[in-house]
Every structure is written in structure tokens, then in C-alpha cells.
Design a protein around this ligand. Sequence first.
Ligand SMILES: [Zn+2]
Length: 414
Amino acid sequence: MYTYKVMIHPNNKQFTRIRLTLNKCVECNNIVYDYLDSFIKNNEKIPSCSDVRKWFTIQKQIKDKETLEKRCNMTNKESRDKHLDTLFYDVSNDALKQEIKDTYNSFVRFFKKLSNYPIRKKFNSYKSSFYVDPFKIRFTDKKVRLEKISTSRKLNRQILNWVNLAEKDRIPVGISYYNPRVVIEGNERLYIVVSVDASNSPKNKITTTNNTIGIDLNIKSVVTSDEDYYKSVTKTKTYKKAVKKEKRAQRKLSRRYIKSKELNKSLKESKNYIKERKIKNKYTRRVTHLKDNYIDYIIKSIIDNKPKRVCIEDLDVNGMKKKKDKKAKQIRRCLQQNPFRKLLTKLTYRCERIGIMVVKADRYYSSSKLCSNCGNKKSDLKLSDRVYICPKCGLKIDRDYNAALNLKKYALAN
Ligand SMILES: [Zn+2]
């Protein structure tokens, strides 16, 4: 599988239609969530997925009837102000169907003990998405066709379904697609995410040198066995500045929230809250983009050396979070911000695509405690010891660089 993520540029009409589809999907999630939740609270067995879907089709008709009755004496503008201008009928049925399946699966995952108890979706969350049927989606070099953006079936109105893509000729045309979704980030930027078969993806294998690289990851830095040292994202100046601005915006936003509650206004109506949320989303976006960009920079500079093999630690991030220490709270906070998991998955995936072998060291291989020169194990090494001193051969070496060298040895031995 190979996944494309491309930005789309809808016009104003299209944007409002997409926004409404997203809202209806959240509403659908909430209705189904409450229904399933009531079964669990009464200690009953939940019905099957197809039964839930049948139940929802009846609910859909009832809800649509209610909104039609409410807006029969209103003008168009009034109904728009009170958010009564869309029905479930106006929205793509495939998006709603998939939303029910997703909600149902989140409960199934909870019963299998794969995840925590599911959470209700919110209307103004930073990121949300809806599903598009893969047989109905169509691409040209510049445009993508979505379903039911236009409510009319007339041919000249159907043009509204075609949305502009930001990148020309990026997504291949005329093949089968998997799991296409429209994603919104920060109530402003829209993307289309679509997967294709691996045989259809662009392949460019490189000729590698005979070199092997060990990579040591920790909270403060990323160190390779070629003596390349990268500061962790969370320690850079630009990142710290961006986080500070985001925090300040969040504080202001919550003040606006309290004020609108005091005046008994709904959040959709209070303009100052909406204005402030836009600013806050801007900073959240900057923080996530800074992280992604920095990860890409590290991976690219590793790959540019064209090694034959790359050795990484199989980090147990969830285990690290559960540790009960004096400093456990601090470490947990660092881990939350640090994109370990993203870096590891992205690195393995990219290396395998261009033909670099990835070796994962065993989870209990103590790379930092061994001596890279003679192989002596120093079991009383503390986290505060930044310099590794070997009691047997007297080697003095930076702690992280020593770990990276050990990982390189591990890859050569296996
Ligand atoms: Zn030694």
C-alpha cells in the first residue's frame, strides 16, 4: 500500500458543503454512540452492526422530519442561522454508513482490550474526516470528483462536485483506490487522503554502499554511529517559541469560553470565541508541521548516506509511560511531545521502499550498558551519567554515541 495526501482547494460553496457533511458525520457518531452506550450501562449485549445500521435509517427519517417541521415557517436566512439548513438526506450516504461502522468498531476494539473506552466526537475538534466511496471517486490530473457536494442532479449543477487539487499530476488516474477520505485540519485546510496498490506507486531503488548505521534515540537527541548529532525537536528554539504562543492562545480561548457560558450563548453564536479558535488552530498547525518537517529532515540526511543496513532500537514507548518513578511525570510529558513512534515508522517504511535493510534490535538488548570496545557490561549505569567510562579497558566515550556503536555491532552480528 502507498498513501497519497494532497491538499484540495474548494471554492466557498464547496467548502460550506464539505463542512456540513463533516458536521452531519459527527452528529451521526453521537447518536450511534449514545445508543450503544445505553446497552453497556444496562449490562446488555450490543446488537450487531447491520442491526445498528437499520436502526439508524429509521432515526434518520425521524430527525429529518423534525428539522423540516421546525423550519417550515422560517426564511432561508433564519434557518441557516439556527443550523437547520441541512438534512441527513442531503449528505452522502456512504460517509454516514462508514461513520456507523467506525463507531461500532471502536466499541469492538474496547471489548477485545485493544483500546480504551471510546469517546464521543466533538463538533469543533482540530482534526476530523469523512469517507468517500472508492468506486464513485474519480481523479483527473487537476481535479477530484466527490459525491453529493451538489444537491441538484442537473448536469450543469454537477460541476460543483469537481474540486481543485493543489498538486497537478500527483495521484495516478484510472486505477483502483482504497479507503479515500476527506480530512479537515484546524477548520481551514482540507486534504484528500487515498491509498493505492504498491505496484502502482513510484519506485526508485538506489545503489547502496557497504556501510551500516546504528541509530540511538532518546528524549534529548538522535545520535548515529557516523557521529551525526541531531537535537530533539522539542529542544529547538523555534519549537519552544511556537509552543509558547499556542499555550497563550489556548488560555485566551478558554477565557472566551467561560464568558460565552456566563452570557448563556451557544458557542456557534459567540463570534469572539470563533475568532479566537481560528488563531489557536493556526498555532497548533504550526507546532505539528514543525515536528513533521524536522522528522523528514533527520530521515533524509540518514538516507542520503546510502547505507546498506540501518539498525534501530525497538522502543517500548507505552511501557516507558507506565513506569512509576520519581521523575515519571516529567518523562511522560517529554514522551507525549516527542514523536518517537512517528520517526520509527516513517524511517522503516522509507528505507524499505528504496531497498535499505532495517534491523530491529531486541527490546531487552541493553545497548547503553555495554562497552563498544571490549563488550564489558556495566550494570550500575545511571541516567545522569552522560559520559561512559569502562572499568575494564578504560574507554572514555559519549554515552549516546557508545549506544549507537553497539547497535551497529548488533546489526553486523545478526
Ligand atoms: Zn571496555
